[in-house]
Design a protein around this ligand. Structure first.
Ligand SMILES: [Fe+2]
Ligand SMILES: [Fe+2]
Length: 268
């Protein structure tokens, strides 16, 4: 069993497809994850199962792998208490969770933007440029940079879950570049495809951070580290050189615009 703890979960699922449904029983959705390079031991630790649940999960996985009744389950390095129903974050982590709210509001607008897309007009093109500016300045420079350049540095960079998060950020940057280029050459289908792919990627990415990664990180950080983190985030925001209010205003305007259109179209 020890050898499997250090294996990537996608590799294990490929070998034993039934393990995907076992993980689903514990709300661990590794199957649809686009990367899936997390090690089994990291997945079990990060999902904050109770000691009993963790033991039960390991037995079920071991039985699937070995098809034997009597199996020795190796102790994992750290056991974490049962997952609380509501997440309580430290102040700096709460700040990142709060920043996700504006990104999620933009993500919620994307299907309406796609439905209304017209890259042949200057107004339609400008809407995409504004959306890209919001993603690049707010989601990436203001938010992802704090994760990559500050928060993640407190942890082992070889941790598989951090590699997955970095990979998501890189993938998102690629989609944004592609959507901007498609906008410039007035390729409506490609703009729509990249917008929807960005929505799907970021929805799952934010869920992983809010529900799995951040609570786990909070659990690892000392009080002193939390204090330092808070100060570093404040310093980073000051050096950013722009106010995030601009993007809050943009999203407010877009929500009003699309809500108004829905009323005019008689859809509500
Ligand atoms: Fe992130
Ligand atoms: Fe994030």
């Amino acid at each position: 069993m020890d050898e499997y703890l250090n294996k990537g979960i996608k590799e294990i699922i490929n070998e034993f497809p039934q393990i995907e449904s076992v993980l689903n029983d514990y709300d661990i959705g590794c199957g649809p994850c686009s990367v899936g390079i997390c090690l089994l031991k990291d997945i079990v630790a990060i999902h904050r199962l109770s000691g009993d649940q963790e033991q039960e999960l390991m037995i079920r996985i071991a039985k699937t792998i070995r098809s034997e009744e009597d199996i020795k389950i190796p102790a994992l390095e750290k056991r974490i208490e049962a997952k609380p129903k509501e997440f309580k974050y430290s102040p700096p982590i709460q700040k990142l969770v709060d920043e996700h709210v504006l990104i999620k509001r933009w993500i919620a607008l994307i299907p309406k933007v796609v439905n209304d897309l017209d890259v042949e007009t200057e107004e339609g093109q400008q809407l995409i440029r504004d959306g890209v500016d919001m993603i690049r300045s707010y989601a990436d420079k203001f938010h992802h940079a704090k994760e990559e350049e500050i928060l993640f540095k407190y942890f082992d960079e070889n941790l598989e879950i951090l590699k997955v998060m970095h990979e998501d950020h890189t993938h998102a940057r690629g989609l944004v570049k592609a959507m901007l280029e498609a906008n410039e050459r007035k390729d409506q289908n490609a703009v729509a495809e990249n917008l929807m792919a960005y929505r799907e990627l970021l929805t799952e990415h934010i869920r992983k951070e809010d529900e799995i990664l951040y609570p786990w990180m909070d659990n690892q950080l000392s009080t002193r580290q939390v204090g330092k983190l808070f100060a570093k985030f404040a310093e980073a925001d000051q050096q950013m050189g722009f106010s995030p209010d601009k993007y809050e205003h943009l999203i407010d305007q877009l929500e009003i615009k699309f809500e108004k259109r829905r009323i005019e179209d008689g859809r509500i």
